[in-house]
Structure formats: structure tokens, C-alpha cells
Design a protein around this ligand. Structure first.
Ligand code: SAM
Length: 339
């Protein structure tokens, strides 16, 4: 056996570690240790688990730097370990749960996705991604938590990259819990906003808006962007929405937005996009994730421009947002062309 075998085996074990971490979160290990240090035996009793098996799970979490021996005995969370609590800034809780509950089942059908170019998720669950979230609110809440914390990561860069000062009103289409809306309203005190998403995504939005002190300037409206989008705002935002949909449905969403925009309105599309030539390394896994979940790998910048054009919109600017893996497209209605 080659001497690097063990090292390579460890490198390939990430998926198993993720599954073990999922079990620890799901069983309540992270919750219990948040309350204070605990021995293996007390923890096993608290989560109604086998003591020996719990000990082995804790050892693995120790190897991964998630728990450590407490000075007075037992186990305690490390700083990294606290990142798996759902409510902390930069939480990794929603990401781990969503990887295991949503991505892993889709990846088990990756052969199907690669051979057909279609969604492995649909093949695994016999239902679309957002329909599945509507039917499983706990899983939906985990996904919304993931979107919420991951958007906090790039919002400062977006606010640096684009001047929102000319706008007095916006609609955040598919805005989830409202992290982007809250950041905009906090940065621009004369703005008002409308947060628009499916009912299932808006449950936690009032708390996010209230925490930013902007709830009086933001209306939350539940609805589907395939039916209609709230009308008449100066600015429309589509952040990380279009990359979930095939061309026909992406154009349908853009047409609804175009129909809601006043003639002088502006649409900002924020999405991950491949460069027209080649690919950026960080994007290759995302592209495969999107294929597995939605049957739509990442689009190029040129493909986004073409989609906008098909909906009667013209991209007058497209830029990479510095310090992020996202691109920003600023689009306006093409005069005389109706969607
Ligand atoms: C990938 S998330 C992005 C959320 C947020 N804009 C962000 O950048 O973090 C896509 C969002 O589209 C919403 N969505 C999916 N189908 C929708 C529909 N038919 N109408 C309105 N929103 C929808 C989802 O609920 C989800 O919040």
C-alpha cells in the first residue's frame, strides 16, 4: 500500500465527518454543551443515547476541533464549536443541516444529473426544491438560516460596490428573511422597502428587520414571483434567485419583475456567474451543487445578459463584486419592448 494512503483516506472522509456533525446537531449535543460542560455519561443521558457510542461521537468532534476537554472535566464547545449554534453570527448550523438534508440526497443521484442534465433532487424526492421546503418546514427553516448567514458574509461588499443612494424604494424579490433588505434600510434611512418571498421564507423576517431597527420602513409581502411581483418601486433586487431556475422559468421571473417596474426603474441581479471564458475554481463545486439541486449549472455573464434581453431588459453594467464570488448586473427596461 502506498505510504500516502492514510492521508488520502482522511482527505476523502469529509462527507462522513459532515454526517457525524449533523447527527451531533440533530441529537442536541451542541445545544446541551451550549448550556455548559458535560461528561460523556451525562450528555448521553440528556440526549437519550448509548453512552459508549456518545463517547465515540464526542471523540470525533474533539478531533475536528468542535469540542474540547473542559478544565473541570467533561466536554465543552470550542470557539469553532459555538459556530454550530443556530443563532450566532456567521452560524454554520443551517449549512451543515442543509448539506445533509438537501444536497447529499441530490448528490446520490448525481449520476442521473450528469447523464441527463436534470435535477438529482427532483429524482430523489419526486418534488421540486421549494415545494419540498414548503412540505418540511423544519428543513425549510434550516435552509433559510443558511441563506441568511451566508448573505451576511457578502452584504458589506455589495454595499461598497454599488451606490444605492439614488433610490427611495425597493422590492427585494425572493429576499428570504430580509438580511439584504435590512442592511439597505439601515444604511439608507430615507429608503422604504418591500420584502417579497414565499410564505415559508418570511416567518423569521420580522425579527431580522426589527433587530436592525428598520421594521417600520419594510413591508413583508408573501407571494410567488411566477404570479406577480409588487409594483412601482424604483429599484428591484433579485439576489441569488435566478441561479435556481432553468432558462424558461428565469425569463418568466424576469418578465414579472419587468412588468412591475416603472419605466425609469432599475433591476439589480446579484448571482454567482461564470466568466465568459474559463471558470473560477471556487465556482466549480457550486455549479455542480446547482445542477444536483435544480438541474441548472452556473450561467456565464453572457448567458445572464441574454436572459435579461429575453425579458425586455438591458444590462447596462455587469461587474464582479470585489471580495466575493458574486456578480452584479444592473438592468433597465428596454423602451418600447414589453415583456
Ligand atoms: C437561494 S434563496 C436566496 C435568498 C436571498 N435573496 C439571498 O440572496 O440570500 C432563493 C429565494 O427564492 C425564494 N423563492 C423560491 N421560489 C419562489 C417563488 N415562487 N416566489 C417567490 N420567492 C421564491 C426562496 O424562498 C428563497 O428565499
Amino acid at each position: 500500500m502506498s505510504s500516502d494512503y492514510l492521508q488520502l483516506e482522511q482527505r476523502l472522509s469529509d462527507l462522513l465527518v459532515m454526517q457525524a456533525l449533523y447527527s451531533a446537531i440533530d441529537l442536541g449535543v451542541i445545544d446541551r454543551l451550549t448550556a455548559g460542560p458535560m461528561t460523556d455519561a451525562r450528555l448521553a443521558e440528556a440526549i437519550a443515547a448509548d453512552p459508549r457510542a456518545t463517547q465515540h461521537l464526542l471523540r470525533l468532534l474533539g478531533d475536528e476541533g468542535i469540542v474540547q476537554a473542559a478544565p473541570g472535566g467533561g466536554w465543552t464547545l470550542t470557539d469553532y464549536g459555538t459556530r454550530f449554534r443556530p443563532e450566532v453570527p456567521g452560524s454554520l448550523h443551517g449549512l451543515v443541516l442543509s448539506y445533509v438534508e438537501l444536497l447529499h440526497p441530490a448528490y446520490r443521484r448525481l449520476r442521473f444529473s450528469i447523464t441527463t442534465g436534470q435535477s438529482g433532487f427532483l429524482a430523489a424526492f419526486q418534488t421540486g426544491f421549494y415545494e419540498h421546503l414548503a412540505r418540511h418546514p423544519r428543513v425549510g427553516a434550516h435552509f433559510n438560516n443558511w441563506m441568511d448567514t451566508s448573505s451576511s458574509d457578502w452584504l458589506p461588499a455589495l454595499l461598497r460596490a454599488y451606490d444605492f443612494a439614488p433610490f427611495r424604494s425597493f422590492v427585494d424579490v425572493g429576499g428570504s428573511r430580509g438580511r439584504l433588505s435590512a442592511a439597505l434600510l439601515a444604511a439608507y434611512p430615507r429608503m422604504t422597502g418591500t420584502l417579497f418571498d414565499l410564505d415559508q421564507a418570511l416567518a423569521e423576517a420580522p425579527a431580522v428587520l426589527a433587530a436592525a431597527g428598520v421594521e417600520s420602513r419594510c413591508e413583508c409581502i408573501a407571494g410567488s414571483f411566477f404570479a406577480a411581483v409588487p409594483q412601482g418601486a424604483e429599484l428591484y433586487l433579485l439576489s441569488r434567485v435566478l441561479f435556481n431556475w432553468d432558462d424558461a422559468r428565469a425569463v418568466a421571473i424576469l418578465k414579472q419583475v419587468r412588468a412591475a417596474m416603472p419605466p425609469q426603474g432599475v433591476l439589480l441581479v446579484i448571482d454567482m456567474a461564470l466568466p465568459d471564458q474559463g471558470s473560477a475554481p471556487a465556482q466549480t463545486l457550486t455549479s455542480l451543487n446547482l445542477l444536483a439541486l435544480f438541474g441548472v449549472p452556473l450561467r456565464t455573464v453572457g448567458e445572464y445578459r441574454a436572459l435579461l434581453g429575453r425579458a425586455g431588459l438591458s444590462a447596462r453594467r455587469s461587474d464582479k463584486i470585489a471580495d466575493t464570488d458574486l456578480a452584479l448586473f444592473e438592468a433597465v427596461p428596454i423602451a418600447g419592448r414589453h415583456p
